[in-house]
Design a protein around this ligand. Structure first.
Ligand code: ATP
Length: 248
């Protein structure tokens, strides 16, 4: 479904007139199959979010290509309705002047639904993410972090995407709420059969949710492994991360 071919990305550093480039991603290659949940794991600065932006077609690679069903993700038509995203910062990813109902309705406008069908779908989506219909009239500032992230998830799945990219989607939440959201994502994965690209520095969360994991170190994929084989990682970096997080 998603295939990444020899992707390189660099940024200019040292201001507008500088000619010095920092290589942020180097020769990234991997595939994510239909229905697979792939964790993209690495420490801060390893290039995870940059890779996320490239996968979403928000930025283009310097070299290489990213294909969804054989078509470039740089083309908006490839992504629309097929790929969705949930970011870490749930508050700023919602318009503060929109009610929750408006937040979820926004992507639904692109579907050929009557107002009544949209209303029904908003109720269904709220229910799927564990919120009742009284949330419709609330505003983002009236929600807890966990509730706000549930709304962002409802909005992300409203277009029935085949692939959902979660960029540190639980990182800003309290530990207990993180677990609740992980359970919700696990449940959605089983019921909706969506592929996840789960970007995180939290190896334990990735181990809980993901079928396989890709370790990113200094912009390079150092290892890709099935989660049930995590104890057999070969690269020193992956071993270090697992050890540091107390899962080894
Ligand atoms: N638009 C940009 N311009 C210049 N440098 C950038 C840009 N975006 C990212 N970088 C650099 O690329 C490197 C990787 O950043 P990135 O945010 O992708 O890492 P990360 O693994 O997601 O880190 P974190 O978990 O802390 O968000 C960093 O050194 C960062 O400074």
């Amino acid at each position: 479904m998603l295939s990444v071919h020899s992707v390189n990305k660099s940024y200019l550093i040292g201001g507008k007139w500088s000619k010095i480039r920092q290589q942020v991603l180097k020769d990234i290659r991997f595939q994510c199959a239909e229905g697979e949940c792939l964790g993209i794991v690495g420490e801060s600065g390893s290039g995870k979010s940059t890779l996320g932006r490239l996968l979403l077609g928000m930025e283009r690679p310097d070299q290489g290509s990213i294909l969804f069903d054989g078509k470039s993700v740089s083309d908006r038509k490839t992504r629309t309705g097929s790929m969705s995203v949930v970011f870490q910062d749930y508050k700023s990813s919602m318009n503060p002047f929109y009610s929750i109902e408006q937040v979820i309705r926004e992507p639904l406008r692109r579907q050929k639904l009557t107002a009544r069908e949209q209303d029904r779908k908003i109720d269904d989506l709220l229910s799927v993410v564990g919120l009742d219909r009284t949330f419709r009239k609330r505003y983002p500032h009236e929600l807890s972090g966990g509730q706000a992230q549930r709304v962002c998830i409802a909005r992300a799945i409203s277009t029935e995407p085949r692939c959902l990219l979660l960029d540190e989607a639980i990182s800003s939440l309290d530990a207990t709420v993180q677990i609740q959201i992980l359970h919700l994502l696990q449940h959605l994965k089983q019921t909706l059969r969506i592929s996840y690209l789960f970007i995180t520095h939290d190896i334990q969360a990735a181990a809980y949710l993901c079928d396989s994991m890709l370790f990113l170190h200094q912009g390079q994929v150092v290892e890709k492994i099935r989660t049930h084989q995590l104890k057999d990682v070969q690269s020193v970096y992956a071993q270090k991360l697992i050890h540091a997080m107390g899962t080894g």
